[in-house]
Design a protein around this ligand. Structure first.
Ligand SMILES: Nc1ncnc2c1ncn2[C@@H]1O[C@H](COP(=O)(O)OP(=O)(O)OP(=O)(O)O)[C@@H](O)[C@H]1O
Length: 259
């Protein structure tokens, strides 16, 4: 079930370094949101606070509030492991478990959560997840072969299948196409379009055409200089950000004048 995400006055630190300052953003369920901005402005750092992955680094922490359907995921007593099952993440480089079969890759999240299931239930999850990531037809006859035997684009769709197998509410994608060829990139972009029927999707991308193609809304982050915190500068419908931005910094960035 897709859920909304809202950050309220969120500051994100690495030790004493304030990497991202004062983010306020409200992301609707069943939508695709792109985070864009120059290198080092904190896109990935902010993304990783949304499933409480940021804090796994020593000294890393977030301050402020981050609501998923109105519930603060940083409230005392909230288990970060539970948050991570509700908020899936897909990384820059496809990272299937290389020696595990395609089938076991899909079931890895359930196994990790200690879920017991019958073979038919497991088969159902494998097929549904692979259909959901547009990979079923390509792999249905080799489910017991290792995930590492797939092409890069197929591996990335396998990682998406793995993340949707546990039925998350939100899917985070950190430059999911940066290691892929143009055809595989289009396949992932088509898939992102379909995923928003069921999930809230947030994607970090350096590719502005990609943001324009896949995102309903776009958030532009910027940084004033080295050592300064990144900030959310403008957040609006993607067409507004690219065609009629309200902020000069956004305009300079999307028109290629810097970054
Ligand atoms: N593990 C870390 N420890 C300390 N500082 C970090 C760490 N990771 C990132 N930073 C710093 O936090 C700031 C934001 O980095 P982040 O990677 O989030 O930016 P980004 O916008 O995603 O950049 P890029 O587009 O290059 O991936 C940068 O100043 C970066 O140097």
């Amino acid at each position: 079930m897709s859920k909304s995400i809202e950050a309220i006055d969120l500051n994100v630190y690495y030790g004493s370094f304030l990497a991202v300052e004062g983010v306020n953003i409200s992301i609707a369920p069943r939508s695709v949101t792109a985070f864009i901005g120059p290198s080092g402005c904190g896109k990935t750092t902010f993304l990783r606070t949304i499933n409480r992955m940021h804090e796994v680094l020593p000294g890393a922490r977030a301050e402020g509030r981050l609501l998923m359907d109105g519930e603060d995921i940083y409230a005392p007593g909230v288990d970060p492991v539970t948050v991570r099952t509700q908020v899936g993440m897909v990384f820059q480089r496809p990272n299937p478990f290389p020696t595990m079969s395609i089938r076991d890759n899909i079931l890895a999240g359930h196994k990790l959560n200690g879920k017991r299931m019958s073979k038919s239930e497991a088969d159902g999850i494998v097929e549904k997840s692979l259909r959901g990531s547009n990979l079923w037809n390509e792999v249905k006859d080799r489910l017991d072969k290792p995930g590492s035997g797939l092409s890069g684009g197929q591996q990335q769709r396998l990682c998406i299948a793995r993340s949707i197998a546990v039925e998350p509410n939100v899917i985070l994608m950190d430059e999911p196409c940066s290691a892929l060829d143009p055809i595989s990139t289009l396949a992932i972009e088509d898939l992102i379009n379909e995923l928003k029927d069921e999930y809230t999707v947030i994607i970090v991308t350096h590719n502005m055409q990609q943001a324009a193609r896949v995102a309903d809304k776009t958030a532009f982050f910027n940084i004033a200089g080295t050592g300064k915190p990144g900030k959310l500068i403008e957040y609006d419908e993607t067409s507004v950000i690219f065609n009629n931005p309200g902020n000069k910094q956004t305009e300079d960035y999307v028109s290629g004048r810097f970054g």
